[in-house]
Design a protein around this ligand. Structure first.
Ligand SMILES: Cc1ncc(COP(=O)(O)O)c(C=O)c1O
Length: 393
């Protein structure tokens, strides 16, 4: 059994989650429950494989051979019942880089790209920084549960300048693992309007509470020529520092184009440790992942019980996937800047500010619960402290 309760001191490891606190919160004195990595040790199988490779002493240019693709295709088959050949796998140095490659290859400057908001903040910048036009298909929230506005999606897709839809499945931050009928409607709308779907499935291994991830391109193979699937072991096994991800593209023409652009941008090399970590995680990490997900579920149920008992006015729905919790603090009646400030100054708790996910995130904060229980409890108590000061019933 892995010990997920172990508190590991991450000081001095150049961790984004710790070392960017000052830049994001204006102080280092916050409990960091923000950036989407975990405070758990990676599986020992991964650590051992890396240590063995470190022992070799020479760290020169490295190629990824069949072992790399075998590990991925076997994982996809075992975890997601998706049977694909090794030739469909394109290494990328991250999921965001994969999306950017697709944007460059399959759209032109001034073309329009749809995202569903509120959403992971870089989805905005990868569109606008690359001179494409952002179209927002706002998700519709009812009692904390989010659905898709299909009429609006269709309207946006019908614009002849719309060429791509960057889709988060499961969705960060609203925690939805999209259902088959929702995926079917998305695929139909995009296919009818010739809109390519870049399906970001980085959180696919983290479906919880019996929810099942549906791989879009697997479920609708007849549209696979319009779908690029982006995945990675980074969220799943807490190995994001290795910048190792991949795209799965079953259509040969699309894949050839993607590959050419990837090489053109010189993004195809990667680093040797990323390959070692991916293979060890995918080949030997099943048991760790199962335990880790059970631990996440316990943490989430603890949060749910705490909120119901101590701050029932806070909106929270148990997510179908991801370890990122999306809290609605609108009942506290604070303007966004004051809400953020109160969390930092009164609670000394570092959460992601809701509006960084888009204007629809007003009144919200996102909390990462992939931490030892003690830390999550501490985070909740700090939020409660804020409530006791700011919430007038
Ligand atoms: C939906 C989504 N896509 C992409 C990423 C980042 O992927 P990468 O670090 O591989 O670029 C994240 C990280 O939180 C994410 O939540």
């Amino acid at each position: 059994m892995h010990n997920f309760d172990r508190i590991i001191n991450r000081e001095g490891t150049d961790s984004y989650k710790l070392d960017l606190r000052d830049a994001y919160f204006g102080t280092n004195d916050v409990l960091p429950l923000w950036v989407a990595d975990m405070d758990f040790a990676a599986p020992k199988e991964v650590q051992e494989a890396l240590a063995q490779r470190v022992d070799h002493d020479i760290y020169g240019y490295t190629i990824r051979k069949d072992d790399f693709s075998n590990a991925i295709t076997s994982w996809l088959s075992r975890m997601h019942s998706w049977q694909v050949g090794n030739e469909t796998i394109e290494f990328t140095p991250g999921v965001l880089p994969a999306i950017v490659v697709a944007i460059h290859e399959f759209t032109n400057p001034e073309d329009k790209i749809i995202i569903q908001t509120p959403v992971y903040p870089p989805f905005y910048s990868i569109v606008t920084d690359n001179d494409r036009v952002l179209l927002k298909n706002n998700l519709v929230e009812t009692d904390g549960y989010y659905n898709i506005d299909f009429e609006n999606l269709e309207e946006l897709a019908q614009d002849p300048k719309t060429k791509m839809f960057v889709f988060s499945n499961p969705h960060n931050p609203v925690g939805r693992a999209w259902k088959r009928d929702e995926l079917a409607r998305i695929v139909k709308i995009c296919s009818d309007n010739d809109v390519m779907i870049v399906s970001d499935e980085i959180h696919s291994d983290l479906c919880l509470f019996g929810n099942k991830h549906i791989v879009l391109a697997n479920e609708f193979p007849e549209y696979a020529h319009q779908i690029i699937t982006c995945m990675a072991p980074s969220k799943t096994f807490n190995i994001a520092g290795f910048s190792t991800a991949y795209a799965v593209i079953t259509d040969k023409k699309v894949r050839t184009q993607f590959h050419k652009r990837l090489v053109g941008l010189q993004m195809h090399m990667g680093n040797l440790f990323g390959g070692v970590a991916l293979e060890a995680a995918y080949n030997n990490g099943d048991a760790w992942l199962k335990e880790m997900k059970a631990y996440l579920e316990e943490n989430i149920l603890m949060v749910d019980a705490f909120i119901k008992e101590h701050m029932p006015e806070v909106g929270f729905v148990v997510p179908e996937a991801t370890y990122l919790l999306w809290f609605n603090f609108k009942a506290w009646g604070l303007p966004q800047s004051k809400l953020k400030k109160a969390m930092i100054e009164i609670g000394k708790v570092g959460l992601n500010d809701g509006v960084s996910f888009g204007a629809e995130g007003k009144g919200y904060q996102r909390m990462n619960i992939a931490s030892p229980k003690f830390m999550v409890e501490e985070g909740l108590n700090r939020i409660l402290k804020v409530r006791n000061e700011v919430y007038k019933k």
